[in-house]
Write a protein that binds this ligand. Structure first.
Ligand code: KMH
Ligand code: ZN
Length: 286
């Protein structure tokens, strides 16, 4: 079977802050240390959001300078494929400003950018609103920016309708095939994290596309195990889950990466290095 790409989503996204777990990194140094530890544990890709360095909440200003510091700090310490989110930076800004922020963000030195493939209800309370707004037009423009800057889009798919949006942008030639999909199994407002749902979704993908799965909370590791068996790739880390096991916080993202890597080893699925991940995903080194 193809080598397993483990993505570590180390920074905790929109919902996880120091109030959720004291172990979430928030300063540049902490983020870089978590990335190095995660790579040592088996991660070949890291997924990043900009954080408030004190509270660990999502950064409320322009995230690009913060993300740039993370990318530069990581590049000095370790070889890893870097994936930055297109989320963040929208609060209080009109859509044309979002366009500018996303296009600028394509030039920070990362290889991948994640992009939600539709507008959806948030699955948890959030101070900046009830929905994630990603119209098809926005998606098409933002994928265009990524492709023109040599950045590979990672398409975040939360329900089967979003698979159709992925197919449309491939058919229109906006993103060259094969696409890379991250199935985000959030429950509540999107996919339920179940083996049948994952199998059904994978069956909808055109041949040759690559895919990975992330699931929230206690579903993170079981769905990672499922994807490992099925030949997909996995994402673990604090963005989606902060517990190592019931009632016990993980002290580092690396603990979660190690758990996914150990499962893969037991199943005799080899683990991808950063260069293996670049080859599997068809991306060039930055
Ligand atoms: N926060 C995650 C559940 C993104 O950052 O682009 C989904 C995600 C999307 O990672
Ligand atoms: Zn994210």
């Amino acid at each position: 079977m193809e080598k397993l790409i483990i993505t570590a989503a180390v920074t905790g996204g929109e919902y996880v802050s120091k109030a959720t777990t004291p172990y979430v990194p928030s300063t540049v140094d902490e983020v870089v240390k978590e990335v190095v530890a995660s790579v040592e544990a088996g991660a070949s890709v890291v997924h990043l959001h900009a954080k408030n360095p004190v509270t660990g909440e999502a950064y409320s200003g322009d995230p690009n300078p913060v993300l740039k510091e993370y990318v530069e700090g990581i590049r000095e310490e370790v070889d890893v494929v870097i994936n930055v989110t297109t989320g963040g930076g929208r609060v209080g800004n009109p859509p044309e400003v979002w366009d500018r922020l996303v296009e600028e963000r394509c030039t920070l030195g990362q290889e991948i950018m994640s992009l939600n493939m539709g507008t959806m209800n948030r699955w948890a309370e959030h101070p900046t609103g009830d929905i994630f707004l990603n119209t098809v037009k926005m998606i098409e423009r933002w994928c265009g920016y990524m492709v023109s800057h040599g950045v590979k889009p990672e398409h975040e798919v939360y329900d089967t309708g979003m698979i159709n949006v992925c197919r449309q942008i491939a058919e229109k030639g906006i993103v060259p095939e094969p696409l890379h999909i991250q199935f985000v199994m959030v429950g509540r407002t999107g996919f339920l994290p179940s083996p049948r749902m994952l199998q059904y979704s994978v069956d909808q993908l055109p041949a040759g596309w690559t895919w990975s799965v992330c699931a929230l909370g206690r579903h993170q590791i079981p769905m990672a195990a499922m994807a490992t068996v099925m030949g997909g790739h996995v994402r673990v880390g604090f963005e989606d889950n902060v517990f190592l096991r019931r009632g016990e916080l993980a002290k580092s993202n690396a603990d979660l990466v190690r758990k996914a890597a150990n499962i893969a080893r037991e199943l005799e699925r080899p683990i991808a290095s950063p260069d293996d991940a670049r080859e599997i995903l068809g991306i060039r080194r930055h």
